[in-house]
Write a protein that binds this ligand. Sequence first.
Ligand code: GLA
Length: 422
Amino acid sequence: MFNHTSMADIMQTTRLLFRSCLLSLLAMAVAPVWAAGQAMTPPMGWSTWYGVRCNYDAGVLHTMADRLRDSGLAKLGYNYLNVDDCWATGRDADGRLVADPKRFPGGMSAVAEQVHARGLKFGIYSSAGTTGCQRDLQQSGQRLPIGSRGYERLDALHFAAMGADLLKLDWCGHYPTQDSRSSFETMRDALAATGRPIMLSICEWGTGKPWLWGKGVGQMWRIAMDTINCWSCTTDWGGIGIVQTFDRLAEVAKYGGPGGWNDPDNLMVGNGVLSLDEERAQMSVYAMAAAPLIIAADLRTIRPESLAILMQREVIGINQDPLGKPGFRVRSDDGDELWVRTLHDGRLAVLMFNRSASARKLRVHWSELALPSTTLIGGKEIWSGELIKPVADGLTRMVQPHGVALFLLTVPQDSKTVRPPI
Ligand code: GLA
């Protein structure tokens, strides 16, 4: 009956079931408490989704966990290893999701154990509908049966028993009339009742405006349909390119903050399509907008230059700034964009982004940062390492097509810091 499940899993589930009975009466009252103190800065990690898609097994995941640890990514904060779609083949006689026995002979708890042994956290995937989104290309062509609708309590206990620290809950297989907010709240309450702190990553593609209700339900929420690995594009099913995700981020940036973040989908840095300038642009906008940094590249084959972009400490520092106040887009004018973010120590992160296809001279005037033009401001351009002596008026730089200049600027203490016009 439990042939694909370890004995440890079963005992742990039984223990958790008992604990869950005691906790369930309290669940409604304490639901938001389980998440307290989690995701005070945007979550960081690696996901199977995009780079390896469904082509992974326990061995591949162990290798990725090794790469996260040995490359230094984990030390920089990329500490979640998230298993996305394709891991389960169905449910057993007791209704529990069964990991593909060929690819995961020890079940997912064995994978989670290995991930934890490397000092990382383990993320798992399901859907708030009745299926995942990937189709079973080898067999029926139907979507894989990884959906928690009606199984929320059981699945939450199972995920807790396997040692999950994060659940990404997708939206495939939902009923046409199904309400997304209450569906995700049901899983939030089921996770809370397990007593294990498991972050909830809401993936309903922005259809129900989760930026308005996501805080207190999950720790991150997708703001759009999937990001496609192209600079600028749209698909008939709603997939969008990199610059289109920037526009979505600009619209909703202000709703993110400690405990709940706008998720524009995984980073495409290192996935072999974007130029290095475009990869630096994606990383920079994600830093300015305080987006979760979830790597989607195959860490076995990623080029060193892309890895270096993902590992740029000061850019990560902006993303993870403890104030947790997302930046905003000051202007977007014929391919010339300016973003600004206030940091906890009063410094400003300022991003010039050349969205156009030719090199351009871009400028920021201090008045655009709500500062007197006489203010003397200096600092650093991060990607080049250029140090900037304090100057009045503003800065001008040549910026490559689809490229950025990202400044960390020190504003004299007697000047007022920027006031977002949003
Ligand atoms: C949906 C999600 C993606 C990914 C795939 C997996 O498209 O939006 O992020 O999880 O499903 O099938």
